[in-house]
Design a protein around this ligand. Sequence first.
Ligand SMILES: Cc1cc2nc3c(=O)[nH]c(=O)nc-3n(C[C@H](O)[C@H](O)[C@H](O)COP(=O)(O)OP(=O)(O)OC[C@H]3O[C@@H](n4cnc5c(N)ncnc54)[C@H](O)[C@@H]3O)c2cc1C
Length: 382
Amino acid sequence: MFDVAVVGAGISGSATAHELARRGHKVVLIDQYGPASMASGWTLAGVRQSGRHPAELPLAQAAVGRWQTLAEELDGETHYRQVGNLRCARTEPEADRIAAIVEDHRQSGLEMSLLRGRAVQQIAPLVSESVICASFCPSDGHADPQATVNSFVAAAQRLGAETRSGEAVTGLVIENGRATGVTTATETISAGTVVLATGIYGNSLIAPYGYHVPYEVMSATMMRSVPMEAPQMPVIGVANGDTTLRQEVGGQFRIGGGHEVWDGRMALDPWPQVRPPARSVATLVERYSALVPSLGDVRLDRLWCGLIDQTIDALPVLDILPDAGGVVLATGFSGHGFCLGPVTGKILADLAEAGTTSFPIAPFAMDRFAGRAAGSTVELHG
Ligand SMILES: Cc1cc2nc3c(=O)[nH]c(=O)nc-3n(C[C@H](O)[C@H](O)[C@H](O)COP(=O)(O)OP(=O)(O)OC[C@H]3O[C@@H](n4cnc5c(N)ncnc54)[C@H](O)[C@@H]3O)c2cc1C
């Protein structure tokens, strides 16, 4: 019998399992494939506060606070680099939008500046001189997603958490309105509380009980270059989020952008792989080459798609299922849940342990969707 069963070993679930184990709980972390096998491995892995919705900003700021010392805390690698985030304007309407973002954030106390002319290249020498202006947030950055998730998992294991890979949870066990565990193909795992951090499968296990989070699964094209020598770069993005890139610690550029509704195709070899259509690869190459011309000739060594759980308001659900005590749900991160991971873990652990948290999560309640049908757009800013 476990105190908590955490389903999903992406950054949200692995951070939660670590936090619960750190607090002395008996935890099992279960993933149908393995750690960081879906969004938390496919991600660009920007660690960004700038451009956040006001509801997410306090969480992103708290997360950045923890990212600074996370590697020491976990005694493992995160490859976190606080190199800043540069958001570029390619057109006058984009320039207006970026100026507005800078103004909004200044009022909320986040340090951010608006750069014009050569000031952009002083921060990022490889960026095209055709960029009209850019916002710069020096406290943003990036990390390595696989390393970070592995570090959370290893630290959780050292604290006694049990981890299971290659086991799909097939259902919840709910008795008298309270979760008492989960089922897999071969067994029932008893647990006092269940945390579902199941990414794009956020609805699968709750649908039989009549719950539904309105999100659409979008597929974003990603690519990675061979290692390149380059001056240190911030994460580079654009006003509408259709192009974003950063340099990994090994020198490879990790580049993302164009997105479309996922057609449901996924290969398993042995972990999930979604292949990008050639036309979206071509469009992304054109866009990033215009933004950073010296990357036009770069050799690519990997292409993939990342799947995004895009809610109708582009904000996640962090909540306890109403009327089903003991089920905590985190889904719908809408393409910006990697940065939040270290704080998501604390929030979900609080909810699992005490049913409440001191983090401001009211905007992420599940019942906010009642009667709403508006859409949102995917904007990856790194
Ligand atoms: C292309 C792309 C770029 C992105 N860029 C950024 C960025 O720059 N910055 C940022 O902050 N965020 C970014 N994001 C978003 C971020 O990566 C995700 O929000 C975050 O990784 C979600 O983590 P998660 O743990 O909630 O979900 P996931 O990482 O998807 O993990 C869910 C896990 O649950 C498991 N699972 C599901 N159902 C079951 C089941 N029934 N039984 C067992 N296991 C199950 C899956 O196998 C999976 O491993 C990006 C995402 C993508 C795809």
